[in-house]
Design a protein around this ligand. Structure first.
Ligand code: TXA
Ligand code: MG
Length: 335
């Protein structure tokens, strides 16, 4: 499976036409969004959705987000749009925000895992929007990686992970945001964040005029909220600028291949340690995060010491993903 380029323009229209045709016959199309690449299927075709779950290796009870070409399609997929959801979508769409709302009758059970709610979002990426507009209806799309693994932020990462299991891969270059959308559950008395992401807590507060709590342990099956997810093969352990050097030295002494992921400049590290540069600030960190986790695997790192960014702005989402990448292993390493 080769990735199709978004440019040159001569290739663009046929690529989109191929992608739309693949979706219509129940195929799978990987496409860029501003957050991460999605693995798309026609959200109205149960057979296509079953194939999507099979390729992802995702348990069937876990719901997927339906991507729309515009907010005008919201009412076709939701039977009730609370004021908070409307305020959020007016302010953030197209953009890295997913709202959870009550589903309409046309939403197949395969999209929602049988739940009465549906996650909807309009991505802010020209190729994604062109695809959605030409297709003309909702595209169900989880991140285009196998279940539990690192999300792809380039077309090549999709091809590396999914190979020929995907029918068309649209290449829109590297993703601009780099971490997934913020998921806001708008079905309760108060909106709640199920997953921090590309829309910051400060922006949500600005829109709704109040802090929006982050809830964990939601009753809804949400794989992105499982304690161990977004994980490379290397063991990920959270560290600080102060303790990274000593921890790295101890691991080297144990014969392990060690990397440190953090913003530049790098802290003082033994020369044998691989430094994975996350960039200059939290936005860079978000954009680079998944590529660096993949790089750790490509370089056969055993132990990845990750120093999270400040947890404001996109740093909150990065810290969340690093904690989940560390997952259960964190406690093992800490013992
Ligand atoms: O940025 C993103 O959101 C990317 C791009 C491709 O749009 N998509 C993405 O999809 O991250 P996925 O499937 O990897 O993560 C979607 C998360 C999952 O944790 C899923 O359980 C949750 O959204 N979700 C979807 N529908 C839901 C629902 N009805 N209720 C609660 N959680 C839901
Ligand atoms: Mg995912």
């Amino acid at each position: 499976m080769e990735a199709l380029p978004v440019d040159p323009s001569s290739a663009r229209a046929p690529d989109l036409a191929r992608a739309v045709a693949a979706l219509r016959r129940g195929g799978l199309v990987a496409f860029p969004t501003e957050t991460v690449y999605g693995l798309g299927a026609d959200a109205t075709l149960p057979g296509a959705l079953r194939r999507l779950y099979a390729v992802k290796g995702r348990p069937p009870a876990h719901p997927v987000i339906v991507h729309l070409g515009g907010a005008d399609q919201l009412t076709g997929w939701a039977r009730d749009v609370p004021d908070a959801a409307r305020a959020l979508t007016d302010a953030c769409w197209p953009g890295p925000l997913t709202v959870i709302v009550r589903r309409s009758a046309r939403v197949p059970d395969e999209v929602t895992g049988g739940a009465d709610t549906v996650g909807l979002r309009v991505p802010d990426q020209p190729l994604a929007l062109a695809l959605l507009h030409q297709f003309g209806d909702g595209i169900a799309a989880p991140s285009a990686n196998r279940f539990g693994r690192v999300s792809p932020t380039t077309a090549q990462a999709v091809v590396d992970d999914l190979g020929t299991d995907v029918d068309v891969v649209l290449d829109g270059g590297p993703c601009r945001v780099g971490v997934e959308s913020t998921i806001v559950d708008c079905t309760g008395a108060q909106p709640a964040v199920l997953r921090p992401g590309g829309v910051t807590a400060a922006r949500l507060r600005e829109i709704l005029g109040t802090d929006v709590p982050v809830v964990s342990g939601s009753t809804v099956a949400a794989p992105g909220t499982l304690p161990s997810h977004y994980a490379p093969r290397a063991s990920v352990v959270l560290a600080t600028r102060e303790d990274a050097g000593a921890r790295a030295t101890a691991a080297l002494d144990d014969g392990r291949h060690v990397a440190v992921l953090c913003e530049s400049p790098s802290p003082d590290l033994p020369p044998a340690v691989v430094w994975l540069d996350a960039g200059c600030d939290a936005d860079d960190y978000a954009r680079n995060l998944y590529a660096r986790l993949r790089e750790a695997d490509a370089r056969k790192v055993d132990l990845l010491l990750a120093i999270p960014p400040v947890s404001t702005g996109l740093g909150q989402a990065v810290a969340d993903r690093l904690r989940r990448a560390a997952g259960a292993r964190q406690h093992v390493e800490a013992r």
